[in-house]
Design a protein around this ligand. Structure first.
Ligand code: ATP
Length: 323
């Protein structure tokens, strides 16, 4: 009997983030291009040694998180953690699909290893959810009759959050709607990134509503929903062309909320090909020409902004995978 089920999933950067109108459901219509990067979150589901059996309800007994990046100020080892919710969602769906004599699942402890910034605009929590979905699917496949189908996992991913389907899928993809209607994009080449986080929170919802306000006062801030130039650049595989096509509609809002981002963006842009805010921020993503330039930019940013956290990685990378 297996006692451990593990999976990993990538953080992401938005190569393009076009923000359209606010919708009835509170989300904004997006046209975004995601790229999965090499920094991955790892989730392990450990069968409790006491093997206490439960008939229904959550199989998760507790969770712990190990941080390679700064911890958040808040307590996150709770049932509202996306990894915990993902495991619950898989087990609930399994029980819905196979009613009758209840499958007996042993209780679990979740262990999450975080290497992606928390609340940084890189979908770290969503990657935890995607990895937990894949690990939980191995678990129900082992203790139950069969794992859930891939399209069912994708549906559960959508229910957990707008970025979770992309973390499941990986690669480079165009996202529309809430960002979760995904189409794979052809992208040649490998891209060298440095990510730098000023360790100040930036709540996603507030960045979106500030953008609505800024647009009200400044008609020049129109939604940029055209990704044709970026698509061509990705086809060419030329990092300089991709750098020139990077765009984030949310950047003015993020910079207004966290003015220190302006200096960081300027300095980072000089050390690499181009720097943009990643997603809703506050992480700044620096696209570099090659690994050597990325190494130099990482060292330079660490020296000039000692209060920030930074790492270098590459993209695109694969989606959630068991290990
Ligand atoms: P996005 O790019 O999708 O906006 P993010 O990287 O900015 O995501 P997350 O790292 O997902 O943000 O965390 C945002 C908040 O989500 C945290 O402050 C915390 O309250 C909550 N949260 C839920 N599950 C997790 C998790 N597994 N890890 C970290 N935070 C989580």
């Amino acid at each position: 009997m297996r006692t451990e089920f593990g999976a990993s999933a990538p953080g992401k950067v938005n190569l393009h983030l076009g923000v359209g109108e606010a919708r009835q459901d509170g989300y904004h219509d997006l046209v975004t291009v995601f790229q999965a990067v090499g920094r991955r979150e790892a989730v392990r589901l450990l069968v409790d040694p006491a093997l206490e059996m439960v008939g229904e309800g959550s199989v998760v007994r507790e969770m712990s998180t190990f941080f390679e990046v700064a911890e958040p100020a808040e307590e996150i080892n709770t049932p509202s953690n996306l990894a915990w919710r993902a495991v619950d969602a898989v087990v609930a769906e399994y029980r819905r699909q196979y009613p009758g004599p209840a499958a007996q699942f042993p209780r679990l402890r979740i262990v999450v290893e975080k290497t992606v910034f928390v609340a940084g605009g890189m979908a770290g929590g969503s990657a935890d959810a995607a990895a937990a979905l894949v690990a939980a699917n191995e678990y129900v496949g082992h203790f139950g009759r069969a794992p859930l189908d891939g399209d069912v996992l994708l549906r559960l991913a959508r229910g957990l959050g707008a970025d979770v389907p992309f973390c499941l899928m990986g690669g480079t993809a165009l996202g529309t709607g809430r960002g979760d209607d995904l189409v794979e994009m052809i992208a040649r080449g490998e891209y060298h990134w440095v990510f730098v986080n000023p360790r100040v929170g930036l709540p996603t919802g507030e960045a979106f509503s500030l953008l609505d306000d800024l647009r009200h006062d400044n008609p020049a801030l129109v939604p940029r929903l055209d990704t044709a130039a970026l698509s061509r650049a990705l086809l060419s595989g030329d990092p300089e062309a991709v750098a020139a096509a990077l765009h984030n509609d949310l950047e003015p809002a993020a910079v207004r909320m966290r003015p220190q981002l302006r200096r960081l963006l300027e300095a980072a842009g000089e050390m690499g090909l181009r720097a943009v805010v990643s997603g809703s921020g506050p992480t700044v993503a620096v696209l570099c020409r090659d690994g050597g330039q990325a190494e130099g930019a990482l060292a330079g940013l660490r020296e000039r902004f000692p209060g920030c956290e930074a790492f270098a990685t590459t993209g695109p990378g694969p989606g959630a995978q068991p290990h």
